[in-house]
Design a protein. Structure first.
Length: 253
C-alpha cells in the first residue's frame, strides 16, 4: 500500500493499532497525539507530532509540515476521542459535556477541514472517522459521548456528499466494546453507578452481541486499512460497525 496516512491519537489504543497495521501494509505513517510519552514509544520510522486536536493553529501547522515533507496526504484517520462522563444526564456538568464534544467532534472537524484542501488539489483521498456503536444507538448514562458520536456520523455523511466529486471518500468506523484500558475504565464507572461488579458489566456488553465477544483494536485497524485501500474505491458515506453485531446497547447487569 503506497499511501500517506495521518492518524490522530496514534500513540496508543486503537490509533496505535491503526498505525501498526498501515505500517505493516507498506504505508507511510504520521501519528499525532496529545500524549508525548505515547509518541516517544512509537517506532522511529513513523513521523510523530505532539498535538491537541482542539488547537486549530496547531492542526493547520501540522498539515503544512505534512505537505512540505510528503507533498500531500492520502488518508486521514480522525481517531482522537475521550469517553466523557458516565453519569445520569442531570448530574453532568456543562464543562464535561463541552470538553467531550470538543475532543470527539470538533477535533475531527478541524482535521477534516484542514485535510480537505490538500486532498481536493490532488483529487483523491480517504477520510476515516472513528465513531462508535454509541453513534448508532442511544446509551444510558453516556449522553455527551453518544451525542458526539452521532454527530461524527452526520459529519461523515456530509463530507462524503460534499467531497465525493473531488474523488475524496468519507466513512465512519463504529467500534463496539473494545478490549483495553478505556473500556475497563468505562465498565468500572458503570459498575459503581449500578452497584454491581465489573465482570457483570463485561458479561452484559459481550452478551449484547450476536458474536458474544468484545472486539480488539486490531479488528478496528483492519477495517481502517481496507477503507483506505483501492479495494474500497467506491465505498463512501458508510457507517460501518465493527462490534460483533450489537443486539442490546443497554447491557443489564
Amino acid at each position: 500500500m503506497d499511501k500517506r496516512v495521518l492518524i490522530t491519537a496514534g500513540g496508543s489504543g486503537i490509533g496505535r493499532a491503526m498505525a501498526e497495521a498501515f505500517h505493516k501494509a507498506g504505508a507511510r505513517v504520521w501519528v499525532a497525539d496529545v500524549d508525548a510519552g505515547a509518541l516517544a514509544s512509537c517506532p522511529p520510522t513513523w513521523e510523530r507530532t505532539p498535538l491537541d486536536v482542539c488547537d486549530e493553529a496547531a492542526v493547520e501547522a501540522l498539515f503544512a509540515r505534512i505537505c512540505a515533507s510528503w507533498g500531500g496526504l492520502d488518508t486521514l484517520c480522525a481517531n482522537a476521542g475521550i469517553a466523557g462522563p458516565t453519569a445520569p444526564i442531570e448530574t453532568i456538568e456543562v464543562a464535561a459535556w463541552r470538553h467531550c464534544l470538543a475532543v470527539n467532534l470538533e477535533g475531527a472537524f478541524l482535521f477534516a477541514k484542514h485535510a480537505t484542501p490538500h486532498m481536493k488539489t490532488q483529487r483523491s483521498g480517504a477520510i476515516i472517522l472513528t465513531s462508535s456503536t454509541a453513534g448508532i444507538y442511544g446509551y444510558p448514562n453516556r449522553a455527551p459521548y453518544s451525542a458526539s458520536k452521532w454527530a461524527i456520523n452526520g459529519l461523515m455523511k456530509t463530507l462524503a456528499m460534499e467531497l465525493g466529486p473531488y474523488g475524496i471518500r468519507g466513512n465512519s468506523i463504529c467500534p463496539g466494546a473494545v478490549e483495553g484500558p478505556r473500556m475497563e475504565a468505562v465498565m468500572a464507572r458503570e459498575a459503581a453507578a449500578k452497584g454491581t461488579t465489573r465482570d457483570a458489566i463485561y458479561a452484559g456488553y459481550a452478551g449484547g452481541t450476536s458474536m458474544r465477544s468484545f472486539v480488539s483494536a486490531e479488528d478496528i485497524a483492519a477495517m481502517a486499512v481496507f477503507l483506505a485501500s483501492d479495494a474500497a474505491r467506491l465505498v463512501s458515506g458508510q457507517i460501518i460497525a465493527v462490534d460483533g453485531h450489537t443486539e442490546n446497547p443497554d447491557p443489564k447487569a
